[in-house]
Design a protein around this ligand. Structure first.
Ligand code: GRG
Length: 297
């Protein structure tokens, strides 16, 4: 990673963490246990990939970062809620997340369900009320974009398909659909929300960003599947091979490790070509994409 990108990532991470801290209710306010669980889950050390995509898109398009702070926060709140619910006994029944006990282990199951529910609601509240957000018509588009990306036609729908696929034989097209919804939808929404905040962006620019985000959204998950096979456990935070052992459909299982690597390379090339159509190949967004797709954790 270049020193420049490293510094940017650090700045974006700090920025969104300060914003998240500011929008989460204090533990001193009742119900304190629920507020503690919200804070525990959101402020645990994560990569903050989705907020970084919001900020990188904004910087690439010349949008002031305070205009997208609400969107950066909102997408991370949805992501945090999805992790809390994904870890529940009814779903993956995981004990560890981000190197710490999962929310239902640190608190209890009911509190974890409520923490996820209330984080989801908070995401939309932040989009509606953030003091430096865009004008009302754009806020409406942000709310619609994030709702579509999170719901049955997006992340939650992808999770449902993923759960239904456990132990079944899937084709690559089915797996790509699951990945595009479960993981890709929030990645695409991150880029799209920042683009919505750029008043001067024309349709061709929006389409180029859509193509870029579609490609990196899928590539991010295929890369995650590759790391599950060959990753360093101390960096990924989960045992190598854990997805396959649980009967979860993965890209390397269907296409082989080389096939999965080739797919990431092809998608990376697609993403780069989309940015190049608008002279964005040296942009913060291009740098972030290169880092995301070359990541080891
Ligand atoms: C419960 C509605 C609902 C959805 C759950 C996101 C998700 C859907 C489940 C999480 C399980 C998982 C491994 C999903 C694949 C997407 C992914 C790589 C999530 C982890 O995101 P990172 O790597 O995590 O950005 P950090 O902790 O860095 O934020």
């Amino acid at each position: 990673m270049t020193a420049d990108l490293d510094a940017r990532l650090g700045r974006w991470r700090k920025r969104v963490e300060r914003e998240l801290d500011g929008c989460l209710p204090p533990v001193t306010r009742e119900p304190g246990r629920l507020h503690s669980a919200q804070r525990y889950s959101v402020l645990a050390p994560g990569k903050r990939v989705r907020p970084a995509l919001v900020y990188a898109t904004a910087e690439t398009l010349g949008v002031p970062l305070e205009r997208v702070d609400g969107a950066a926060c909102a997408v991370e709140l949805i992501h945090a809620y999805s992790l809390v619910h994904d870890d529940l006994p009814a779903m993956d029944d995981d004990d560890l997340r981000r190197g710490r006990p999962t929310c239902h282990r640190a608190f209890d199951e009911a509190t974890a369900i409520l923490a996820g529910d209330s984080l989801q609601a908070l995401a939309f509240s932040v989009l509606a009320h953030h003091p430096h957000g865009p004008e009302p018509a754009v806020r409406m588009q942000l709310v619609a974009t994030l709702a579509d990306a999170s719901g049955a036609a997006g992340m939650a729908g992808g999770q449902a398909l993923d759960l239904a696929a456990e132990g079944r034989n899937l084709g690559l097209a089915d797996l790509e659909l699951i990945h595009a919804l479960k993981t890709g939808a929030l990645i695409r929404a991150s880029v799209r929300m920042a683009a919505l905040c750029a008043p001067g962006l024309d349709d061709a620019g929006r389409e180029a960003l859509e193509r870029f985000a579609g490609a990196i959204g899928l590539a991010f998950q295929v890369q995650d599947d590759i790391l599950d096979v060959e990753g360093d456990e101390s960096l990924t935070g989960k045992p190598v091979g854990s997805d396959e052992a649980r009967g979860l459909p993965t890209y390397p299982a269907l296409a082989g490790l080389d096939g999965a690597r080739r797919r990431v390379a092809g998608l990376t090339a697609e993403a780069t070509a989309a940015l190049a159509t608008h002279g964005w190949e040296g942009s913060p967004l291009a740098g972030l994409a290169a880092w995301l797709l070359g990541r080891r954790h």
